[in-house]
Design a protein around this ligand. Structure first.
Ligand code: FUB
Length: 449
């Protein structure tokens, strides 16, 4: 059965040309609050851009700090292009340019124009004497910009975490958070409200809720929110048959972060026939959860439309080419004991992680590696072992066939070791790296040639 599944996956990958990613997906900067959208056959992600707090920032130093937004795109969910800064706090007339408050954004397309919605602290108080968060719009001809921000925030809206949904009849709705979750209709121009803001009823009354993201599937409207049911946020959803409700709470999409990141923030997208959940964790900054990183995992629905709970993975989604550096620290499975993962350099977290195999027969499994059609005859492993050790590379399961043995020489610095693949493979396989002896080894990556 398993063999059949792998064969089917190989076939699908071959037909679609898809390769996929590991978590987190943005690996050179912090990123949070991802809104993913499919535009022109690609996935675009519009996240917040967390940064370490600069000394000149007034107020709390241990808080969210965001000065601008980037947009990223991919057509295979593995290789992400950073299109650079699209909107920044010092280029929007109404935004307090010292506030570093460019929180969770969204973007939507209408008639070939792209409308980017973002919250930020206002420079001056509005007619009602309110200064807090406003929500602005910036418009572009292409998803990657350039975006031209409106000089004023949207009238009648105070709050954070804008989300826009356009229904099948063309009516657009703006959702946002400010203690409660609000909704209002938008005019055809997508920049002005067309109804009074309304508080969405029947959502949990206790515990913070924010970050609304609404989507529709098979006539069900899913209103999803991060909500603090216990101590930190988890992702929950409510369903209804109308974008303005009434909604009924229906379940949990993702439990509280195993990394203890206080916030989470979600978006849902269907791409090439598969649904994905985009969310964030604090993988690159485990000691300061206001510097976050965005992740993707697959999402599935039950026959009645309910959402199956998603468990965050390191592996992320899809297939990795055998000829790429396979970061096995993003493993799918591991032995009960003897494995751990650590930063390669704790001062430079974006250098990534290493896998430590510390006892005999400790292993990690990295799923769905595409060996292609050529039978790759060599393996390279970047590793180190103080006393020298032997690694076995196996296929498909922990006691699967050994396809290579790699002798890691004794030493304290990284070595790239080449070895022969005794049973060259084609197609999709899971990869297992096992420590054959007692001497611990550290592994950066594995690749085939
Ligand atoms: O990123 C700042 C805030 O944290 C967002 O606006 C919330 O949704 C939470 O993720």
């Amino acid at each position: 059965m398993k063999k059949y599944k792998l064969l089917l996956l190989s076939l699908l990958v071959f037909m679609s040309g898809i390769t996929f990613s590991q978590n987190p997906i943005v690996r050179n900067q912090f990123s949070a609050d991802p809104t993913a959208r499919v535009f022109n056959g690609k996935v675009y992600v519009f996240p917040s851009h967390d940064i370490p707090t600069p000394p000149e920032k007034p107020g709390r130093k241990d808080w969210f700090c965001m000065a601008d937004y980037h947009v990223f795109s991919s057509d295979n969910l593995t290789d992400w292009t950073d299109h650079g800064v699209i909107v920044s706090q010092n280029k929007v007339a109404w935004v307090d340019s010292t506030s570093y408050s460019m929180w969770a954004p969204d973007c939507i397309e209408r008639n070939g124009k792209y409308y980017f919605y973002f919250p930020a602290n206002k420079k001056v108080a509005d007619a009602n004497g309110r200064k807090g968060f406003g929500i602005g719009v910036a418009i572009a001809d292409k998803p990657e910009g350039p975006y031209v921000p409106h000089p004023e925030p949207i009238k009648g809206v105070n709050g954070i975490d804008p989300n826009v949904f356009i229904d099948k009849d063309g009516q657009a709705y703006l959702y946002w958070a400010q203690g409660n979750i609000f909704v209002a209709k938008l005019k055809e121009n997508l920049t002005e409200l067309d109804s009074e803001p309304m508080i969405i009823a029947n959502l949990p009354q206790k515990g913070l809720k924010e970050g609304p993201f609404l989507f529709e599937r098979n006539g069900i409207y899913y209103l999803t929110i991060p909500h603090v049911e216990n101590k930190i946020e988890r992702l929950e959803y409510a369903i209804g048959d109308n974008p303005m409700g009434p909604f009924k709470m229906a379940g949990v999409v993702m439990d509280e972060s195993p990394m203890n990141c206080w916030t989470n923030h979600q978006s849902f997208v269907e791409y090439k026939g598969q649904w994905y959940l985009f969310y964030h964790q604090d993988a690159y900054s485990p000691k300061f959860d206001k510097n976050r990183s965005i992740c993707i995992d697959s999402l599935t629905f039950n026959a009645d439309g309910s959402i199956r709970k998603v468990t965050p993975t390191l592996r992320g989604v899809g297939v990795t080419k055998a000829t790429n550096s396979i970061e096995i620290d993003r493993y799918s499975n591991k032995s009960e004991s003897g494995t751990s993962v650590a930063f390669l350099d704790s001062i430079q977290p974006f250098n990534g992680w290493k896998t430590k195999l510390g006892s005999k027969n400790a292993w990690v499994q990295y799923n769905t590696v595409d060996f292609g059609q050529e039978k790759l005859k060599k393996i390279q492993v970047k590793a180190l072992s103080e006393n020298g050790s032997t690694l076995q590379v196996r296929l498909d399961k922990a006691d699967g066939p050994v396809i290579a043995e790699v002798k890691v020489p004794k030493g304290t610095s990284w070595d790239t070791i080449k070895a022969k693949v005794s049973k060259p493979q084609s197609g999709i396989h899971h990869l297992i790296v096992v420590l054959k002896d007692e001497n611990p080894a550290e592994i950066d990556w594995v690749k085939f040639e």
